[in-house]
Write a protein that binds this ligand. Structure first.
Ligand code: SF4
Length: 457
């Protein structure tokens, strides 16, 4: 999607305007623009920062938050002030019509429970109230469009106050700051793994961490629950039936749509069922609800069926996992060699066989596993080698990372030199969590810029 640049003077005028109560947008624009374009316009600030809510309250946007391109509200981590006093922190949803909140099921969806502002472009004569699943009323603002607002291409996030002091620092100093944050992150992950190991034992803790990494990012919870229910110890006791048990407890074997669709590869399906029907009654109470799984918005090769196949292969070779050397390159090589006769050629349980095989886990996933599972475990066991970890290169792979680069480095190429290695990416993510995510003052109250400024003294 492409946008043209907004005229600057119109933009500035719009920023200082208080939107009049309930004015209908211009008809020609209404037809021309999609919801995404309206969202882009909103996020650019072109509507201004002060609004009159439907209720009559004055709403001032303190922080626009970040674009959310995943299921859920349109903008997350925003903050606004109501009537000059109350500060609300949460998410923002923008709909074309005020009734879309109910039509799209947001009032029944807990993912929208943090919404503090509902923006809309159109309304009819009937009254519509915006409510969360807890029946909390959400402030409504009727956006009014100007016909001379042009298309724009807004950034995914706005540059923060720390941009300026960071510009004064040499690259080496920034890297050293990022490395400090990366070490903090690694230590926290190691502590977390250690805590799980105390409760469940080291093998189960490691298995659960792998499962979560395989479920990244939309299916982390179902994968964790699955690993907690189909424990590693039980799976290993099942021997050749372990894969069936994993797929059985996942609920995928119970899915009628899959039953009907499986025609091409009956052998694997039969293999899974052959064991599952014998133990099904014993484990029926543990089977996951199908609505826990998220199948959309993932690349075909990352489909949860396929990731579960990879987890089954990991279980089958668990003895080797425990014998792996603590050298990260060797662990990465071993993981990239994981292979499965069915899943090397299929995206899902019902997809057709591909001519060429493809890796069970891609390089990005392997890097995530090194950063979130293997290296934290080595740190927890005092066997880590920080210099080898620092040498792992990584592609920019994560939307959060794109946001933090925009926040810290703005629209410059400078971020590139600080995201080439995995440790740099992990450090930036930690800064994002510790500072950007803790801030609801649009950077005013954040202490990171002062911290950075001291480094250049
Ligand atoms: S919240 Fe802090 S760290 Fe984040 S962009 Fe603003 S000043 Fe920078």
């Amino acid at each position: 999607m492409s946008f043209r640049c907004v005229n600057q003077s119109i933009y500035q005028q719009a920023c200082t305007r208080v939107t009049p109560l309930l004015r209908e947008p211009d008809g020609s624009l209404r037809e021309k623009w999609t919801e995404l374009e309206w969202q882009a316009l909103w996020y650019s600030g072109a509507f201004g920062t002060s609004f009159r809510a439907v209720s009559g309250s004055l709403v001032e946007i303190v922080q626009f938050g970040f674009w959310n391109r995943e299921p859920g509200p349109d903008f997350v981590h925003a903050s606004l002030r109501v009537d000059g006093e109350q500060l609300l922190e949460g998410d923002i949803e923008l709909d074309m019509h005020v009734a879309d909140w109910d039509r799209h099921g947001h009032s029944q969806n807990p993912a929208f429970d943090r919404v503090v502002l509902h923006l809309f472009l159109h309304k009819t004569g009937a009254s519509h109230f915006t409510r969360t699943t807890q029946n909390r009323e959400v402030i409504q603002v009727h956006l009014q469009a100007e016909s001379d607002l042009l298309h724009i291409h807004p950034p995914i996030a706005h540059p923060g106050r720390c941009c300026a002091p960071l510009r004064q620092l040499p690259g080496r100093t920034i890297d050293s700051l990022i490395e400090t944050a990366a070490r903090v992150r690694m230590r926290r992950k190691a502590d977390q793994l250690r805590r799980v190991a105390i409760v469940h034992g080291l093998d189960e803790a490691l298995f659960q961490a792998f499962a979560v990494a395989f479920g990244y990012k939309l299916n982390k919870i179902p994968f964790l629950v699955l690993a907690q229910r189909a424990k590693l110890q039980i799976l290993r006791e099942q021997g050749s039936a372990a894969e069936s048990l994993l797929f059985g407890i996942s609920g995928f074997l119970e899915d009628r749509k899959i039953h009907r669709a499986v025609v091409m590869e009956r052998d694997y399906w039969r293999y899974l069922w052959e064991h599952w029907w014998q133990i099904r009654s014993q484990y029926a109470h543990l089977v996951l609800r199908q609505n826990l799984w998220r199948f959309g918005m993932t690349r075909p090769s990352n489909h949860p069926h396929r990731r579960l196949g990879a987890l089954a292969e990991l279980v089958r070779r668990w003895k080797e996992v425990r014998l792996l050397s603590p050298r990260l390159e060797e662990v990465a090589e071993w993981i990239s060699g994981l292979s499965h006769p069915f899943w090397d050629h299929h995206f899902t349980l019902t997809s057709q066989r591909t001519v060429r095989p493809f890796h069970l886990l891609g390089q990005t996933r392997i890097n995530e596993i090194l950063a979130n599972v293997v290296h934290p475990m080595l740190v927890a066991m005092n066997q880590d080698d920080w210099e080898s970890y620092k040498g792992i290169r990584s592609e920019l792979s994560n939307r959060r990372l794109t946001i933090v680069c925009q926040r810290l480095f703005g629209e410059t190429n400078r971020a590139r030199e600080h995201i080439r290695f995995l440790y740099q990416q992990q450090g930036l993510l930690q800064i994002f969590e510790d500072f950007c995510m803790a801030d609801f003052t649009n950077c005013d109250g954040c202490r990171f810029p002062e911290m950075v400024a001291k480094l250049s003294d």
